[in-house]
Design a protein around this ligand. Structure first.
Ligand SMILES: Cc1cc2nc3c(=O)[nH]c(=O)nc-3n(C[C@H](O)[C@H](O)[C@H](O)COP(=O)(O)O)c2cc1C
Length: 371
């Protein structure tokens, strides 16, 4: 990481530096969304609909950003979202991210599609680690992955439900996205070909997903998963109150309001707008987390005021990883923590607990000119 990059004042400012060190295909894989990228942009734009309502003359000498998620005390309500193929960004890949999360007192969700095994990722940073899962056509692969995650000491399973088929990612079709020969989908070693199918046109990942992922998945899969593990199950990709109610009914321990960072169904509702309805449907029964477009401490506060227990960040952590490995991911987490603390102080809410619906208001019809 150069001293220039270390001076990046915020998460967004890291993206150009990351782009400069990534291959064109890796950058576009990380940055892109589905089709016209409407949802990708809307996830960000939704934050500008909400404004904060500061209370004044409140003692904010001490600001406490800690939260509890599934029995785990975290130093702040910001987790690392599961993102695939992190060694495309940096040789230390998933290990560097896990160490950064640990150093920051939070946790990472390790992707199924990691370029490091879950065992090695867990060993790199002992502490809480969630494992993200898909359900494969061959259930035995899923079962084996669950067992490996359990044996590695993972503390929750995060079942992503947004991917019966892959979203139409035109950037990856254009670049013919592939993993370079030295990288593999390490969690598939010994179970299945750990590379993409040979000779498929367009995106190799899309061909892999079409071959492996089970598009017939229904709610009974959650019950099946429950029957094979005692770990808490987090459903990632719940965006409607209807599905939120079903998630609770089927025994989910938490849900993540997520549209996969705009990479799956284009024109899906921005997650910040979906969040309050999901939170309402779930009530106090299980925690609701959210991701999509979190780039600032104010974004975190808005999501929490609308009902999230915590948020996850995807792309900003990848930019940090590309630019500076572990130090780069730590920088992202510390920038967000710093902004979050300052926002809470300026808002007159010295703790996460003090954040309530009164901290936020929705503005209709206010369009800001570009900066
Ligand atoms: C490059 C990339 C790879 C991703 N890989 C996965 C994955 O393997 N599993 C998963 O559940 N979500 C995956 N996601 C979605 C993220 O977990 C998260 O939902 C999304 O990135 C949040 O939006 P943000 O990038 O705006 O923070 C991926 C996202 C990106 C950008």
């Amino acid at each position: 990481m150069t001293s220039q990059d270390l001076k990046a004042p915020n998460c967004e400012a890291l993206e150009p530096a990351a782009r400069a060190v990534l291959t064109e295909s890796a950058y576009n894989y990380y940055a892109g969304g589905a089709e016209d990228e409407t949802t990708l942009r809307a996830n960000r734009a939704a934050f500008s609909r909400f404004y904060l309502r500061p209370r004044v003359l409140v003692d904010v000498g001490e600001v406490d950003t800690s939260v509890e998620v599934l029995g785990e005390r975290l130093s702040m309500p910001i987790l690392l979202a599961p993102t695939a193929f992190q060694r495309l960004a940096h040789p230390e890949g998933e290990k560097a991210s896990a160490r950064a999360a640990r150093a920051a007192g939070t946790l990472m969700v390790a992707s199924t599609l990691s370029t490091t095994t879950v065992q090695d990722t867990a060993a790199a940073a002992p502490g809480p680690l969630w494992f993200q899962l898909y359900v494969y056509r061959q259930r035995e692969i899923t079962r084996e992955m669950v067992q490996r995650a359990e044996a590695a000491g993972c503390t929750a399973l995060c079942l992503t439900v947004t991917m019966p088929v892959q979203g139409n990612r035109e950037r990856d079709n254009r670049t013919g996205f592939r993993l370079p020969p030295e990288l593999e989908m390490a969690n598939f070693s010994g179970l299945r070909q750990a590379g993409f199918p040979e000779g498929a046109p367009g995106s190799g990942l899309e061909a892999f997903i079409a071959r492996e992922f089970d598009p017939t998945l229904t709610w009974s899969a959650v019950e099946w998963l429950r029957s094979i593990t005692r770990l808490p199950i987090v459903l990632k990709g719940i965006v409607t109150p209807e599905d939120a109610a079903l998630a609770v009914e089927h025994g989910a321990d938490a849900v993540i309001v997520s549209n996969h960072g705009g990479r799956q169904l284009d024109c899906a509702e921005p997650t910040l707008l979906a969040l309050p309805r999901v939170a309402d449907a779930v009530g106090e029964r299980i925690p609701v987390l959210m991701d999509g477009g979190i780039r600032r401490g104010t974004d975190v506060v808005k999501a929490l005021a609308l009902g999230a227990r915590a948020v996850l960040v995807g792309r900003p952590a990848l930019w940090g990883l590309a630019v500076g490995g572990q130090a780069g991911v730590e920088q992202v987490l510390e920038m967000l923590r710093g902004e979050l603390r300052r926002t809470l102080a300026l808002l007159g809410r010295p703790s996460i607990r003090a954040l309530d619906a009164g901290a936020i208001t929705e503005i209709q019809g206010l369009v800001l000119p570009p900066r």
